[in-house]
Design a protein around this ligand. Structure first.
Ligand SMILES: *[C@@H]1O[C@H](CO)[C@@H](O)[C@H](O)[C@H]1NC(C)=O
Ligand SMILES: *[C@@H]1O[C@H](CO)[C@@H](O)[C@H](O)[C@H]1NC(C)=O
Ligand SMILES: *[C@@H]1O[C@H](CO)[C@@H](O)[C@H](O)[C@H]1NC(C)=O
Ligand SMILES: *[C@@H]1O[C@H](CO)[C@@H](O)[C@H](O)[C@H]1NC(C)=O
Length: 220
């Protein structure tokens, strides 16, 4: 009896995760509605940092917060690469080519960090990325094209990025509010990254912090 009731409770909980909570009428609309959060642990976080440095010289994980920093004079990811300096998490284990996927994280960029990408949706048909979220002089931007938030320094913000591969659409939510929706650029495989990756016109010191990182997938 006890066994079957706990099984029932688990089933109800699982169903609950996948039903439209808005329809019940007691929860506010949320970008994660209709999505399930997938299991994530340290093995899903591959740290990418300047090739000549130790990981803990450019990344720390303290009290649930991932800290990333680089200097504009740092080396690239690999000795033979001509890419700019980075300290990033490459989320692995959830590379995707179809379906509707979501990245969620709480980000923080200190005053002064500029000319830097802080989140990427990697790969597109004829480009390295489908999306870069960057910071220029306090502005949170979609590449260098559109302003998502006019001033982002020194405060935690919630970021949700949804990629509907079949529909070819990407949506960006900041603090639960839809800021931008755009057509993706195709491609057959993608994954998420966050941290700091210099982009030109970069400040000498670049830092971002992330917590509550989740990868979610839309319920079938
Ligand atoms: C992370 O989860 C995977 C299963 O998804 C498991 O095989 C692995 O041991 C876990 N690693 C850590 C460090 O907990
Ligand atoms: C940000 O840094 C600049 C340059 O150091 C300084 O002038 C400005 O007052 C700072 N802004 C805030 C909000 O701390
Ligand atoms: C991808 O990035 C590499 C390294 O920055 C660059 O050399 C290459 O031209 C980029 N590819 C495309 C298609 O933009
Ligand atoms: C986005 O794609 C749709 C088709 O799915 C098309 O009708 C629309 O014009 C595209 N928008 C832009 C800005 O390219």
């Amino acid at each position: 009896m006890e066994m079957s009731s706990s099984l029932l409770a688990v089933s109800i909980f699982t169903i609950f995760l996948c039903i439209d909570r808005k329809a019940i009428g007691w929860a506010p609309p949320d970008p994660t509605e209709g999505f399930v959060s997938l299991p994530l642990n340290s093995s899903n976080f591959q740290i990418q940092k300047p090739w000549n440095l130790l990981e803990n010289q450019r990344y720390r994980f303290i009290d649930g917060i991932h800290w990333f920093w680089v200097f504009s004079t740092d080396q690239s990811l690999s000795r033979n690469s001509n890419t700019k300096p980075r300290s990033e998490i490459r989320i692995r284990g959830y590379d995707y080519s179809s379906g509707v996927w979501q990245f969620e994280g709480y980000g923080y960029v200190p005053n002064g960090t500029s000319g830097v990408c802080i989140m990427q949706l990697f790969r597109a048909k004829n480009a390295n990325t489908t999306l870069m979220i960057r910071v220029y002089d306090g502005k949170l931007m979609y590449y260098k094209r559109e302003i998502l938030v006019p001033y982002i320094y020194d405060e935690w913000f919630r970021l949700n990025v949804i990629h509907d591969v079949g529909a070819g659409k990407v949506s960006i939510f900041i603090n639960g509010i839809l800021k931008l929706e755009f057509n993706d650029s195709g491609g057959t495989f993608h994954y998420f990254k966050c941290g700091v990756y210099a982009q030109g016109d970069d400040s000498y010191y670049m830092e971002s912090r992330w917590k509550g990182i989740k990868v979610l997938k839309k319920c079938d």
